[in-house]
Design a protein. Structure first.
Length: 434
Protein backbone atom coordinates (compact mmCIF):
# COMPACT_ATOMS: atom_id res chain seq x y z
CA UNK A 1 0.00 0.00 0.00
CA UNK A 2 1.48 3.26 -1.00
CA UNK A 3 -0.52 6.14 0.27
CA UNK A 4 -1.61 4.84 3.63
CA UNK A 5 -4.93 3.37 4.62
CA UNK A 6 -7.21 6.13 3.29
CA UNK A 7 -6.75 5.36 -0.32
CA UNK A 8 -9.84 3.71 -1.76
CA UNK A 9 -8.14 2.03 -4.69
CA UNK A 10 -5.76 -0.74 -3.71
CA UNK A 11 -4.40 -1.00 -7.24
CA UNK A 12 -3.49 2.63 -7.34
CA UNK A 13 -0.28 2.85 -9.29
CA UNK A 14 2.78 4.46 -7.83
CA UNK A 15 3.62 8.00 -8.78
CA UNK A 16 6.41 8.74 -11.22
CA UNK A 17 8.19 12.01 -10.57
CA UNK A 18 9.50 13.96 -13.57
CA UNK A 19 11.77 16.95 -13.50
CA UNK A 20 12.12 19.27 -16.47
CA UNK A 21 14.85 21.91 -16.36
CA UNK A 22 14.94 25.39 -17.83
CA UNK A 23 16.44 24.22 -21.14
CA UNK A 24 13.49 21.90 -21.80
CA UNK A 25 11.06 24.85 -21.84
CA UNK A 26 13.25 27.65 -23.19
CA UNK A 27 11.24 28.15 -26.43
CA UNK A 28 7.64 27.46 -27.52
CA UNK A 29 8.91 24.49 -29.56
CA UNK A 30 10.68 23.02 -26.57
CA UNK A 31 7.59 23.54 -24.44
CA UNK A 32 5.55 21.64 -27.04
CA UNK A 33 8.19 18.93 -27.07
CA UNK A 34 8.05 18.63 -23.28
CA UNK A 35 4.26 18.42 -23.39
CA UNK A 36 4.47 15.62 -25.94
CA UNK A 37 6.91 13.67 -23.77
CA UNK A 38 4.44 13.94 -20.91
CA UNK A 39 1.66 12.82 -23.26
CA UNK A 40 3.48 9.52 -23.79
CA UNK A 41 2.71 8.61 -20.18
CA UNK A 42 -1.05 8.91 -20.45
CA UNK A 43 -2.92 7.06 -17.77
CA UNK A 44 -0.02 7.09 -15.34
CA UNK A 45 0.18 9.16 -12.19
CA UNK A 46 2.79 11.88 -12.64
CA UNK A 47 4.12 14.50 -10.29
CA UNK A 48 5.91 16.98 -12.54
CA UNK A 49 8.46 19.42 -11.21
CA UNK A 50 9.54 22.23 -13.51
CA UNK A 51 12.27 24.89 -13.33
CA UNK A 52 12.10 28.44 -14.56
CA UNK A 53 12.16 29.02 -18.32
CA UNK A 54 15.63 29.22 -19.91
CA UNK A 55 17.71 31.85 -18.16
CA UNK A 56 14.87 33.44 -16.17
CA UNK A 57 16.51 32.76 -12.80
CA UNK A 58 19.59 34.78 -13.80
CA UNK A 59 17.36 37.59 -15.05
CA UNK A 60 15.45 37.62 -11.75
CA UNK A 61 18.75 37.76 -9.88
CA UNK A 62 19.54 40.95 -11.79
CA UNK A 63 16.15 42.40 -10.76
CA UNK A 64 16.98 41.61 -7.13
CA UNK A 65 20.39 43.30 -7.31
CA UNK A 66 18.87 46.45 -8.80
CA UNK A 67 16.06 46.53 -6.24
CA UNK A 68 18.29 46.04 -3.19
CA UNK A 69 20.68 48.70 -4.54
CA UNK A 70 17.74 51.10 -4.45
CA UNK A 71 17.48 51.35 -8.26
CA UNK A 72 13.71 50.95 -8.42
CA UNK A 73 13.33 52.07 -12.02
CA UNK A 74 16.00 49.69 -13.26
CA UNK A 75 14.48 46.81 -11.28
CA UNK A 76 11.05 47.51 -12.74
CA UNK A 77 12.45 47.74 -16.24
CA UNK A 78 14.29 44.45 -15.95
CA UNK A 79 11.18 42.86 -14.53
CA UNK A 80 9.12 44.22 -17.40
CA UNK A 81 11.33 42.30 -19.85
CA UNK A 82 10.77 39.07 -17.94
CA UNK A 83 7.01 39.63 -17.95
CA UNK A 84 7.05 40.30 -21.67
CA UNK A 85 9.05 37.15 -22.41
CA UNK A 86 6.49 35.02 -20.62
CA UNK A 87 3.51 36.72 -22.26
CA UNK A 88 5.16 36.37 -25.68
CA UNK A 89 5.84 32.68 -25.22
CA UNK A 90 2.27 32.17 -24.13
CA UNK A 91 1.08 33.89 -27.31
CA UNK A 92 3.29 31.76 -29.57
CA UNK A 93 1.88 28.59 -28.04
CA UNK A 94 -1.51 29.32 -29.65
CA UNK A 95 -3.53 27.86 -26.80
CA UNK A 96 -7.29 27.75 -26.90
CA UNK A 97 -7.63 28.87 -23.29
CA UNK A 98 -4.58 31.12 -23.25
CA UNK A 99 -6.55 33.68 -21.30
CA UNK A 100 -6.67 31.50 -18.19
CA UNK A 101 -2.89 31.34 -18.13
CA UNK A 102 -2.60 35.04 -18.85
CA UNK A 103 -4.83 35.92 -15.89
CA UNK A 104 -2.78 33.69 -13.68
CA UNK A 105 0.50 35.20 -14.89
CA UNK A 106 -0.75 38.73 -14.39
CA UNK A 107 -1.82 37.93 -10.84
CA UNK A 108 1.59 36.51 -10.12
CA UNK A 109 3.35 39.52 -11.72
CA UNK A 110 1.41 41.89 -9.48
CA UNK A 111 2.84 40.28 -6.33
CA UNK A 112 6.36 41.21 -7.40
CA UNK A 113 5.49 44.65 -8.71
CA UNK A 114 4.08 45.58 -5.31
CA UNK A 115 7.27 44.45 -3.69
CA UNK A 116 9.44 46.33 -6.21
CA UNK A 117 7.63 49.58 -5.42
CA UNK A 118 8.59 49.28 -1.73
CA UNK A 119 11.88 50.36 -0.25
CA UNK A 120 14.17 47.48 0.68
CA UNK A 121 14.39 47.21 4.47
CA UNK A 122 15.32 43.56 4.98
CA UNK A 123 18.47 41.73 3.99
CA UNK A 124 19.43 40.74 0.46
CA UNK A 125 18.80 37.01 0.76
CA UNK A 126 15.20 37.57 1.83
CA UNK A 127 14.42 39.70 -1.23
CA UNK A 128 16.36 37.34 -3.44
CA UNK A 129 14.00 34.50 -2.52
CA UNK A 130 10.82 36.57 -2.84
CA UNK A 131 11.80 37.71 -6.33
CA UNK A 132 13.78 34.80 -7.76
CA UNK A 133 11.19 32.20 -6.73
CA UNK A 134 8.74 33.64 -9.29
CA UNK A 135 10.44 32.13 -12.32
CA UNK A 136 9.13 28.69 -11.44
CA UNK A 137 5.61 29.99 -10.77
CA UNK A 138 5.43 31.61 -14.21
CA UNK A 139 6.87 28.70 -16.16
CA UNK A 140 4.57 26.18 -14.50
CA UNK A 141 1.51 28.36 -15.07
CA UNK A 142 2.23 28.29 -18.81
CA UNK A 143 3.16 24.62 -18.95
CA UNK A 144 0.10 23.57 -16.97
CA UNK A 145 -2.17 25.30 -19.48
CA UNK A 146 -0.33 23.77 -22.40
CA UNK A 147 -0.50 20.24 -21.01
CA UNK A 148 -4.09 20.69 -19.92
CA UNK A 149 -5.09 21.12 -23.53
CA UNK A 150 -3.82 17.63 -24.26
CA UNK A 151 -4.87 16.06 -20.97
CA UNK A 152 -7.61 17.57 -18.86
CA UNK A 153 -6.94 15.57 -15.72
CA UNK A 154 -4.27 17.94 -14.55
CA UNK A 155 -3.83 20.36 -11.68
CA UNK A 156 -1.34 23.18 -11.14
CA UNK A 157 -0.11 23.40 -7.56
CA UNK A 158 1.65 26.20 -5.76
CA UNK A 159 4.43 24.25 -4.08
CA UNK A 160 4.58 26.88 -1.33
CA UNK A 161 1.35 25.40 0.01
CA UNK A 162 3.07 22.16 0.94
CA UNK A 163 6.87 22.38 0.73
CA UNK A 164 7.75 23.90 4.10
CA UNK A 165 11.27 25.15 4.83
CA UNK A 166 13.12 27.11 7.48
CA UNK A 167 13.98 30.76 6.82
CA UNK A 168 17.58 30.23 5.80
CA UNK A 169 16.92 32.18 2.61
CA UNK A 170 18.77 31.06 -0.56
CA UNK A 171 19.69 27.72 0.98
CA UNK A 172 16.55 26.84 2.89
CA UNK A 173 16.41 23.62 4.89
CA UNK A 174 13.43 21.28 4.39
CA UNK A 175 10.92 20.65 7.17
CA UNK A 176 10.49 17.01 6.24
CA UNK A 177 7.76 16.05 8.66
CA UNK A 178 5.52 19.05 7.98
CA UNK A 179 6.00 18.64 4.23
CA UNK A 180 5.18 14.92 4.44
CA UNK A 181 2.00 15.64 6.36
CA UNK A 182 0.84 18.37 3.95
CA UNK A 183 1.61 16.21 0.93
CA UNK A 184 -0.55 13.44 2.28
CA UNK A 185 -3.35 15.79 3.30
CA UNK A 186 -3.59 18.02 0.26
CA UNK A 187 -1.66 16.48 -2.62
CA UNK A 188 -2.16 12.73 -2.49
CA UNK A 189 -6.00 12.90 -2.55
CA UNK A 190 -5.80 14.92 -5.78
CA UNK A 191 -4.52 11.85 -7.58
CA UNK A 192 -8.01 10.36 -7.15
CA UNK A 193 -9.28 12.68 -9.85
CA UNK A 194 -6.08 13.82 -11.57
CA UNK A 195 -3.35 12.02 -13.46
CA UNK A 196 -0.91 14.87 -13.54
CA UNK A 197 0.10 17.31 -10.83
CA UNK A 198 2.39 20.04 -11.97
CA UNK A 199 4.43 22.12 -9.56
CA UNK A 200 7.56 24.20 -9.07
CA UNK A 201 11.06 22.99 -8.38
CA UNK A 202 13.62 24.96 -6.38
CA UNK A 203 11.19 26.85 -4.15
CA UNK A 204 9.28 26.45 -0.91
CA UNK A 205 7.87 28.61 1.87
CA UNK A 206 8.35 29.27 5.57
CA UNK A 207 5.68 28.96 8.25
CA UNK A 208 5.12 32.69 7.75
CA UNK A 209 4.39 32.21 4.05
CA UNK A 210 7.59 33.82 2.89
CA UNK A 211 8.99 32.28 -0.29
CA UNK A 212 12.30 30.47 -0.04
CA UNK A 213 14.72 28.87 -2.48
CA UNK A 214 16.77 25.71 -2.07
CA UNK A 215 19.99 26.82 -3.80
CA UNK A 216 20.71 27.22 -7.50
CA UNK A 217 19.85 24.20 -9.62
CA UNK A 218 17.73 22.95 -6.73
CA UNK A 219 14.84 21.57 -8.81
CA UNK A 220 16.46 18.14 -8.99
CA UNK A 221 16.39 18.12 -5.21
CA UNK A 222 12.69 19.09 -5.15
CA UNK A 223 11.91 16.10 -7.38
CA UNK A 224 13.80 13.83 -4.97
CA UNK A 225 11.93 15.23 -1.97
CA UNK A 226 8.55 14.46 -3.54
CA UNK A 227 9.64 11.01 -4.69
CA UNK A 228 10.85 10.21 -1.19
CA UNK A 229 7.73 11.46 0.59
CA UNK A 230 5.27 9.97 -1.93
CA UNK A 231 7.18 6.67 -2.07
CA UNK A 232 7.43 7.26 -5.79
CA UNK A 233 8.16 4.55 -8.31
CA UNK A 234 11.02 6.50 -9.90
CA UNK A 235 12.35 9.94 -10.72
CA UNK A 236 13.23 10.97 -14.26
CA UNK A 237 15.33 14.04 -14.90
CA UNK A 238 14.87 15.14 -18.52
CA UNK A 239 17.96 16.89 -19.83
CA UNK A 240 19.50 18.18 -23.04
CA UNK A 241 22.14 15.44 -22.95
CA UNK A 242 21.77 11.82 -24.05
CA UNK A 243 22.71 10.42 -20.66
CA UNK A 244 25.33 10.82 -17.97
CA UNK A 245 28.70 10.78 -19.73
CA UNK A 246 32.13 9.74 -18.49
CA UNK A 247 33.48 13.25 -19.18
CA UNK A 248 32.38 16.52 -20.74
CA UNK A 249 32.09 15.56 -24.44
CA UNK A 250 32.84 19.13 -25.56
CA UNK A 251 36.28 18.92 -23.97
CA UNK A 252 36.93 15.23 -24.29
CA UNK A 253 35.65 13.59 -27.48
CA UNK A 254 36.36 10.10 -26.15
CA UNK A 255 33.65 10.57 -23.53
CA UNK A 256 31.21 7.66 -23.43
CA UNK A 257 27.67 7.18 -22.17
CA UNK A 258 27.36 5.47 -18.81
CA UNK A 259 24.24 3.26 -18.94
CA UNK A 260 24.05 2.66 -15.19
CA UNK A 261 25.54 4.05 -12.01
CA UNK A 262 25.12 3.40 -8.31
CA UNK A 263 23.85 6.10 -5.97
CA UNK A 264 27.22 6.05 -4.22
CA UNK A 265 29.13 6.59 -7.43
CA UNK A 266 26.99 9.63 -8.26
CA UNK A 267 27.59 11.06 -4.78
CA UNK A 268 31.33 10.58 -5.32
CA UNK A 269 31.20 12.19 -8.77
CA UNK A 270 29.30 15.19 -7.41
CA UNK A 271 31.79 15.50 -4.55
CA UNK A 272 34.65 15.82 -7.02
CA UNK A 273 32.77 18.48 -8.95
CA UNK A 274 31.00 16.62 -11.76
CA UNK A 275 27.95 18.64 -12.70
CA UNK A 276 25.58 15.79 -13.28
CA UNK A 277 22.77 16.23 -10.80
CA UNK A 278 22.29 18.54 -7.84
CA UNK A 279 24.29 16.87 -5.03
CA UNK A 280 21.40 16.87 -2.55
CA UNK A 281 19.25 14.79 -4.92
CA UNK A 282 20.70 11.36 -4.27
CA UNK A 283 20.24 10.82 -0.53
CA UNK A 284 16.41 11.05 -0.42
CA UNK A 285 16.25 8.53 -3.27
CA UNK A 286 18.91 6.21 -1.92
CA UNK A 287 17.17 6.11 1.48
CA UNK A 288 14.00 4.76 -0.12
CA UNK A 289 15.71 2.88 -2.92
CA UNK A 290 13.94 4.86 -5.64
CA UNK A 291 15.67 4.68 -9.03
CA UNK A 292 16.65 7.84 -10.84
CA UNK A 293 16.73 8.06 -14.62
CA UNK A 294 18.57 10.72 -16.55
CA UNK A 295 17.03 10.97 -20.01
CA UNK A 296 17.20 13.16 -23.08
CA UNK A 297 14.21 15.39 -23.82
CA UNK A 298 15.59 15.79 -27.35
CA UNK A 299 15.42 12.07 -28.02
CA UNK A 300 13.25 10.42 -25.36
CA UNK A 301 13.63 6.99 -26.98
CA UNK A 302 17.27 6.80 -25.94
CA UNK A 303 17.79 4.69 -22.84
CA UNK A 304 19.65 7.36 -20.83
CA UNK A 305 21.31 6.49 -17.53
CA UNK A 306 19.78 4.50 -14.69
CA UNK A 307 20.99 5.40 -11.20
CA UNK A 308 20.10 2.88 -8.52
CA UNK A 309 21.41 0.90 -5.58
CA UNK A 310 23.02 -1.59 -7.94
CA UNK A 311 26.70 -1.04 -8.51
CA UNK A 312 28.18 -1.07 -11.98
CA UNK A 313 31.42 -3.03 -12.08
CA UNK A 314 32.31 -1.93 -15.60
CA UNK A 315 32.70 1.77 -15.22
CA UNK A 316 34.93 3.59 -17.68
CA UNK A 317 37.39 6.14 -16.32
CA UNK A 318 35.24 9.07 -15.21
CA UNK A 319 36.89 12.41 -15.74
CA UNK A 320 36.13 15.60 -13.84
CA UNK A 321 38.11 18.69 -14.69
CA UNK A 322 38.02 21.93 -12.73
CA UNK A 323 39.70 24.91 -14.35
CA UNK A 324 40.58 28.24 -12.77
CA UNK A 325 42.24 26.69 -9.78
CA UNK A 326 44.69 28.42 -7.52
CA UNK A 327 47.28 26.55 -5.49
CA UNK A 328 48.21 28.25 -2.25
CA UNK A 329 51.22 27.31 -0.19
CA UNK A 330 51.16 28.22 3.50
CA UNK A 331 54.61 27.93 4.99
CA UNK A 332 54.96 28.47 8.71
CA UNK A 333 57.24 31.37 9.52
CA UNK A 334 59.15 29.57 12.25
CA UNK A 335 59.25 26.19 10.44
CA UNK A 336 57.02 24.52 12.99
CA UNK A 337 53.96 23.61 11.05
CA UNK A 338 53.41 20.31 12.73
CA UNK A 339 51.44 21.74 15.59
CA UNK A 340 47.65 22.04 15.58
CA UNK A 341 47.24 25.74 16.18
CA UNK A 342 48.23 27.15 12.77
CA UNK A 343 46.17 24.48 11.04
CA UNK A 344 43.20 25.34 13.23
CA UNK A 345 43.72 29.00 12.41
CA UNK A 346 43.44 28.20 8.71
CA UNK A 347 40.25 26.21 9.24
CA UNK A 348 38.72 29.22 11.00
CA UNK A 349 39.79 31.45 8.15
CA UNK A 350 38.14 29.17 5.56
CA UNK A 351 34.93 29.29 7.52
CA UNK A 352 34.94 33.05 7.91
CA UNK A 353 35.46 33.72 4.19
CA UNK A 354 33.21 30.82 3.14
CA UNK A 355 35.67 28.84 1.10
CA UNK A 356 37.16 25.37 1.30
CA UNK A 357 40.07 23.76 -0.50
CA UNK A 358 39.18 21.22 -3.18
CA UNK A 359 42.25 19.26 -2.19
CA UNK A 360 45.08 19.80 0.28
CA UNK A 361 48.35 18.21 1.31
CA UNK A 362 50.72 18.62 4.25
CA UNK A 363 54.47 18.57 4.08
CA UNK A 364 56.73 18.88 7.10
CA UNK A 365 56.66 22.64 7.24
CA UNK A 366 53.97 23.70 4.83
CA UNK A 367 50.49 23.08 3.63
CA UNK A 368 49.43 23.10 -0.03
CA UNK A 369 45.79 23.85 -0.80
CA UNK A 370 43.98 24.09 -4.10
CA UNK A 371 40.93 26.39 -4.33
CA UNK A 372 38.46 27.62 -6.93
CA UNK A 373 39.82 31.01 -7.89
CA UNK A 374 37.34 33.53 -6.51
CA UNK A 375 39.80 36.45 -6.39
CA UNK A 376 38.01 38.38 -3.58
CA UNK A 377 38.07 35.31 -1.36
CA UNK A 378 41.58 34.19 -2.22
CA UNK A 379 43.01 37.68 -1.70
CA UNK A 380 41.30 37.95 1.68
CA UNK A 381 42.60 34.51 2.60
CA UNK A 382 46.18 35.35 1.61
CA UNK A 383 46.01 38.65 3.48
CA UNK A 384 44.72 37.17 6.71
CA UNK A 385 46.96 34.12 6.59
CA UNK A 386 50.11 36.16 6.03
CA UNK A 387 50.08 37.10 9.72
CA UNK A 388 51.09 33.52 10.56
CA UNK A 389 52.48 32.12 7.31
CA UNK A 390 54.56 32.95 4.31
CA UNK A 391 51.97 32.65 1.57
CA UNK A 392 52.75 31.86 -2.05
CA UNK A 393 50.24 31.17 -4.78
CA UNK A 394 49.98 30.11 -8.37
CA UNK A 395 46.89 30.71 -10.50
CA UNK A 396 45.39 29.34 -13.73
CA UNK A 397 45.81 25.70 -12.82
CA UNK A 398 43.65 22.66 -13.52
CA UNK A 399 42.40 20.15 -11.00
CA UNK A 400 41.91 16.82 -12.71
CA UNK A 401 40.08 13.96 -11.02
CA UNK A 402 39.84 10.52 -12.59
CA UNK A 403 37.66 7.89 -10.94
CA UNK A 404 38.42 4.30 -11.96
CA UNK A 405 41.56 5.47 -13.69
CA UNK A 406 43.73 3.36 -15.91
CA UNK A 407 47.35 4.04 -16.93
CA UNK A 408 46.49 5.06 -20.53
CA UNK A 409 43.89 7.63 -19.53
CA UNK A 410 46.17 9.03 -16.89
CA UNK A 411 49.03 9.32 -19.32
CA UNK A 412 46.92 10.86 -22.06
CA UNK A 413 45.47 13.52 -19.78
CA UNK A 414 48.71 14.50 -18.12
CA UNK A 415 51.02 14.48 -21.18
CA UNK A 416 52.97 17.72 -21.42
CA UNK A 417 51.66 18.99 -18.06
CA UNK A 418 53.59 19.83 -14.94
CA UNK A 419 52.07 18.11 -11.94
CA UNK A 420 52.17 20.24 -8.80
CA UNK A 421 50.25 17.98 -6.46
CA UNK A 422 48.97 14.42 -6.72
CA UNK A 423 46.81 12.19 -4.54
CA UNK A 424 45.75 8.62 -5.19
CA UNK A 425 43.47 6.05 -3.69
CA UNK A 426 42.73 2.73 -5.34
CA UNK A 427 39.73 4.25 -7.12
CA UNK A 428 40.57 7.89 -7.60
CA UNK A 429 43.51 9.97 -8.69
CA UNK A 430 43.57 13.75 -8.29
CA UNK A 431 46.15 16.04 -9.84
CA UNK A 432 46.76 19.73 -9.77
CA UNK A 433 48.43 20.61 -13.08
CA UNK A 434 49.97 23.55 -14.85
N1 LIG B 1 15.69 27.78 -11.85
C1 LIG B 1 16.64 27.47 -10.81
C2 LIG B 1 18.06 27.71 -11.29
O1 LIG B 1 18.25 28.06 -12.45
C3 LIG B 1 16.50 26.09 -10.28
C4 LIG B 1 16.83 24.97 -11.24
O2 LIG B 1 16.96 25.19 -12.45
O3 LIG B 1 16.95 23.82 -10.80
O4 LIG B 1 18.97 27.60 -10.52
MG1 LIG C 1 18.04 24.84 -14.33
Amino acid sequence: MIFGAHHPNQNFSKVKVFKFGGASISTPERMQNTASIIHRFQGEKLMIVISAMGKTTNALEAVTHAFVAGKTQEALQLFEQIKQQHLDILKYLNLIHWQEAEYQLKDLFTEIEWLLHDKPVRHFDYYYDQIVSCGELYSTAIMAQLIKEKNTKLKWLDVRDFLRTDNNFRDAGIDWSFTAQRLHEVVVPLFDSCDILITQGFIGATDENESTTLGREGSDFSAAIFANLLNGESVTIWKDVEAVMSADPRKYPEAVIIPSLSFTEVIEMAYYGAQVIHPKTIKPLQNKNIPLMVKSFIDPDLPGTLISAKSNKNLPPIIVKKEQQVLVQFRSKDFSFVEDRPAQHLQDLYRSIKTKPNISQHTAISLLCCFDDHPEKIDALAMEASALFDVAMEKNLTLLTIRHFDPQTLQQLTAGKTILLEQRTTETVQLVMR
